[in-house]
Design a protein around this ligand. Structure first.
Ligand SMILES: Cc1cc2nc3c(=O)[nH]c(=O)nc-3n(C[C@H](O)[C@H](O)[C@H](O)COP(=O)(O)OP(=O)(O)OC[C@H]3O[C@@H](n4cnc5c(N)ncnc54)[C@H](O)[C@@H]3O)c2cc1C
Length: 690
């Protein structure tokens, strides 16, 4: 049985260590170790070791500075049952309801999100998260209107576009779409085939879908509600040579698709419905085909490239690639928003699953009361590291939103590069983690987790596509890896590293020297819970992966060329990107602990942060062992400490999930309720019993 104090020791000297381990081994032969903790033993221990957490203080920290506006959203929907999404609803009705939710938010609750996309993205993401927790489809519908359609007009256009469209987008008079993806090209945006050909005679662009592969596909708001679309197309300019036209690369154009009065589809535009989906059925995704659709020259969103009346092209950026990068760079807000909302969904799922696990009881020692399922080590193993990750991601995505907001204000080049890679990495890492966790949470709640009323099914299905849209996760992680390799080369050229990558300078030197044989055996709790040890370990792994990836790429590129070599090392590169993102997440969490003003919250966060770090190190212990960065005794100590910390976190789990402060109507009955009696009675009534 564990004692309530830590199972681990302080660090011995090398000789002490050798002799103590010899004695330990001997004594193990004589006295075999006690059996693994039973759940009851843990529960007893739990009572003794409990940290005293001030939930109000912790909640203040976790609710964030824009909770007021989120409360307004929650309050509005709480007071309007007619606007709440029922469990069973047809696709058609769901789409209409989502539109009603959006209109009511703007026109009745008076919460206008669009201005925040530009002025204060932090507030915008807070509104989107709150909308998404009412119904994920509603959150995405809002995102399509303001971040995708509205964001493209504001960020890729100039003053004339803002003056003409801002108010009508804001009050949803102009519902719109963001039409980038085509049937044949999703991730490879540079492969888009839709054409926008300039006609100097009429001063118009002519939008064409040259073949069926170029039909715009999956376009949110297109099937039913959209009146406009920002269409991404290759800009073709007439030339006087034999070619006839010059391809200036992908640009964005505002194309009206439905009549403002009658809502009829406009001539030359064909719209089809992408149909019922696995999730997000409140969003009307459609397909768009264009046949010689004429739009005024002014409809080119001309911030990064413009066409004059005489057909002359001008741009402050010298190449197609640079213009393309600048255009996509302006769209990272969508990724930032998805990462942020994904953490919101993870908070909901973790809250439901841990609260349920606290009150649900199954089995117990003979002739004694049944125990809470959260007292089973396996249940703790499923949920406690997940709870710790939720906290970790909370701080990491806050950092991302802060950086993004700063970037929008300053347009600082270094920050742009930093936000680009960080948003790609965090979006990919967090949404993948949340997707897996939603299934684990469902399973952790047994059969009741499968009841639609308890939300896991809809959350899982709605969230699943977060891994694909706004950039497929596998593709995004490659962008992170590519950026790391670029930074790595810079380092050897003596150049500067951007802020997020700065740590590589030090850890790369550490990696290039041999692991320290003494510290690799340190197993004391103080050492393992020292942020320096934890960060060093994460960064060492990243540096090692980076250095070996660079060597492998160089080796393979001789025979396979750059593309082939990249593909040969692809899994390695993805691991590298994830490892880097984990380092950034841990660093942010450590800083959040350090800067936490309230002592009780700080102690709770430190515990959770340590669990996050230990769990990740333990997950990848093979890597550390392979290179002797950690000796067997240390690996064992890490495993033991991870279980111990899980168990400590379990003791304050109610406080930790309460601090998320998710409103009741978001955490549906029965398993969001505080007591089993309350919860089950509501559940029984919902099922139909009197
Ligand atoms: C519900 C929904 C809503 C959407 N809304 C919109 C919208 O409003 N507007 C819009 O323009 N688009 C929208 N999309 C499209 C979405 O952005 C694309 O689906 C996404 O970009 C991925 O493209 P794809 O589907 O062509 O996948 P693909 O690019 O074909 O990817 C398929 C698989 O191949 C893998 N793969 C691809 N390239 C690589 C590579 N280089 N290395 C390794 N693996 C690779 C991917 O990891 C993935 O597993 C939406 C999609 C859905 C489903």
């Amino acid at each position: 049985m564990e004692s309530s104090s830590s199972p681990l020791k302080s660090n011995p000297t090398a000789e002490e260590e050798t002799s103590s381990r010899r004695i330990q081994r001997l004594s193990l032969h004589l006295n075999p170790p006690p059996s693994e903790n039973s759940a009851m033993e843990m529960a007893t221990c739990a009572a003794r070791a409990k940290l005293n957490v001030n939930t109000t203080q912790l909640s203040l920290l976790m609710r964030g500075k824009h909770r007021d506006i989120q409360e307004k959203v929650y309050e509005f929907f709480r007071s309007r049952p007619d606007l709440q999404t029922p469990i069973e609803i047809s696709t058609e009705k769901h789409r209409e309801l989502c539109m009603k939710q959006l209109l009511a938010l703007v026109r009745e609750a008076g919460i206008k999100a669009f201005k925040y996309v530009v002025e204060d993205p932090f507030v915008y993401f807070a509104i989107a998260e709150a909308a998404g927790s009412v119904d994920v489809s509603f959150g995405i519908k809002l995102g399509v209107q303001y971040s995708l359609w509205g964001g493209s007009v504001i960020n890729l256009g100039t003053k004339k576009h803002r003056d003409k469209y801002f108010d009508a987008i804001d009050n949803v008079e102009y519902p719109g779409c963001f039409a980038m993806t085509e049937l044949h090209h999703g991730s490879n945006v540079q492969g888009l085939q839709t054409l926008a050909t300039f006609d100097p005679l009429t001063d118009e662009f002519v939008i064409d879908t040259p073949n069926d592969g170029a039909i715009k596909w999956w376009i949110g708001n297109a099937a039913v509600h959209g009146k406009f679309a920002t269409v991404f197309a290759k800009l073709m300019l007439p030339t006087h040579d034999a070619n006839g036209f010059s391809d200036m690369g992908v640009h964005a154009f505002i194309v009206p698709i439905r009549d403002m009065e009658t809502h009829e589809t406009l001539p030359g535009v064909e719209i089809q419905d992408c149909g019922h989906k696995v999730g997000l059925n409140g969003v009307d995704n459609g397909a768009l085909k264009f046949r010689s659709v004429r739009i005024p020259r002014d409809n080119l969103l001309n911030r990064f490239g413009d066409v004059a009346r005489d057909g002359t092209y001008t741009s402050s950026l010298p190449t197609i690639n640079k213009r393309f990068a600048a255009t996509l760079g302006e769209l990272v807000g969508g990724r930032v928003g998805l990462a942020y909302s994904s953490v919101g969904i993870l908070k909901i799922a973790v809250t439901i699953a841990t609260r349920y696990s606290l009150f649900r009881q199954q089995f117990g020692p003979p002739k004694q009361a049944e125990i809470s399922i959260l007292d089973y080590q396996s249940q703790q193993h499923k949920l406690m590291p997940m709870l710790a990750s939720t906290y970790a991601f909370h701080f990491a995505t806050l950092l991302l939103v802060e950086k993004y907001s700063e970037m929008k204000k300053t347009h600082d080049e270094e920050l742009v590069a930093d936000v680009h890679a960080l948003s790609a990495g965090l979006k990919a890492y967090v949404t993948s983690y949340t997707s897996k966790s939603l299934s684990i949470c469902r399973e952790a709640c047994g059969g009741h987790g499968y009841a639609a009323v308890n939300r896991f099914g809809s959350l899982r299905n709605d969230h699943d596509i977060f891994q694909t849209f706004e950039g497929d996760n596998t593709v995004l992680l490659q962008q992170v890896a590519a950026d790391l390799l670029k930074q790595y080369k810079e380092k050897f050229k003596g150049g500067t590293l951007t802020v997020t990558w700065n740590y590589l300078r030090e850890s790369m030197n550490a990696y290039l020297s041999q692991p320290n044989p003494l510290t690799s055996r340190w197993e004391g709790e103080d050492h393992l819970r020292d942020p320096k040890f934890q960060l060093d370990a994460f960064r060492y792994r990243t540096s090692r992966l980076l250095q070996s990836a660079a060597v492998r790429l160089q080796k393979h590129s001789k025979n396979l060329g750059g593309f082939g070599a990249w593909n040969r090392c692809l899994n390695h590169l993805l691991t590298l990107a994830e490892s880097h993102i984990e380092s950034v997440i841990l660093e942010t969490f450590i800083n959040a602990v350090k800067n936490c003003p309230d002592a009780s919250s700080r102690a709770a966060l430190k515990l959770v942060c340590d669990l996050y770090a230990m769990d990740r190190i333990w997950n990848d212990i093979g890597t550390y062992r392979n290179v002797d960065y950690m000796a067997p005794n240390k690996a064992k100590a890490i495993h033991k400490l991870t279980e111990y910390l899980s168990f400590q976190v379990r003791n304050i789990t109610r406080e930790l999930v309460d601090a998320f402060d998710m409103p009741d109507h978001v955490i549906r009955a029965p398993i969001g309720k505080q007591t089993p009696v309350e919860a089950y009675s509501e559940y029984i009534q919902q099922v139909g019993f009197q």
